[in-house]
Design a protein around this ligand. Structure first.
Ligand code: ATP
Length: 248
């Protein structure tokens, strides 16, 4: 798209997100739309210090740099918009339908295909800089599967037409569209579509912060990106990046 600055390809890196975060901290000039991809990550990360398995090979390890003028508040729902961009790219290229798990995971038939990790730098009342990390399994080497402690899948099990360059181009295009829409109207035009792709719609789930947990029926997200849980006939929304959702 018009805003795409560069795609930088690294054979090996600790983490594509860490590389962009380092450049932000070093005050390096970065254009919005800068993309870094790597063939493997030595320290791929999930949320809360968890590991993202990143063996050498066909998988995609991708990070996108984005500036947002109106602060951290506005950044809250970005993971939701990014999940939809991943859906767009995979649906368009391969006619494969993915499901979304709040707040930031992408599944096929309840098996994890991809993860999103949004990190940011900035003040609540000012411009902020976001690093949007996306890991998508394309072809997971057999020897690595044992390191993933939940059900997972890769795109190779669902399509024969894989081309990583094409996926990077399509992902970047759809990301730019979704982020532009997010900048203008937040999740207003997106949350209903997200709900139609919710992997846990109508299911009994458990929300966990590490300190507390809640159980209830998953009713999908609200226009702010919070997850709506029905407990004792009452629906409450939960927000915050440190919350995990599981099947109860
Ligand atoms: P949450 O709902 O809190 O995000 P999560 O367990 O899915 O839960 P993430 O931080 O998104 O957490 O991702 C890290 C987890 O994903 C790991 O603990 C592991 O279970 C799983 N995982 C790690 N590498 C991969 C991979 N390449 N493909 C699929 N799943 C992976």
């Amino acid at each position: 798209g018009a805003n795409t600055a560069d795609v930088e390809v690294h054979p090996i890196i600790d983490s594509t997100n860490s590389e962009l975060m380092r450049r932000i901290q070093a005050k390096t000039t970065l254009e919005s739309g800068t993309v870094i991809v790597a063939e493997m990550q030595q320290a791929g990360r999930g949320r809360r210090g968890r590991v993202w398995q990143s063996p050498f090979g066909a998988n995609l390890y991708y990070s996108y740099f984005w500036r947002l003028d109106d602060g951290l508040q506005a950044a809250m729902g970005v993971s939701i918009a990014v999940g939809l961009a991943v859906y767009d790219a995979i649906k368009t290229l391969y006619q494969v339908d993915v499901e979304l798990k709040w707040p930031n995971d992408i599944y096929i038939n309840k098996q994890k295909l991809a993860g999103v990790l949004v990190e940011l730098d900035g003040q609540p009342q000012g411009p902020c800089q976001l690093v949007i990390g996306i890991g998508i399994n394309l072809q997971m080497p057999e020897s690595f599967s044992q390191h993933i402690d939940q059900a997972w899948t890769d795109l190779n099990q669902h399509t024969q037409k894989l081309d990583k360059n094409q996926l990077v181009a399509s992902l970047t295009h759809h990301l730019e569209q979704r982020l532009a829409q997010y900048r203008q109207t937040g999740l207003q035009a997106m949350y209903k579509q997200w709900n139609s792709l919710n992997a846990f719609a109508g299911e009994y789930v458990e929300l966990n912060t590490g300190h507390r947990s809640w159980r209830g029926i998953c009713e999908g997200i609200d226009a702010q990106g919070g997850i709506r849980i029905r407990q004792d006939g009452e629906v409450k929304s939960y927000y915050g990046g440190e919350v995990s959702l599981r099947k109860a």
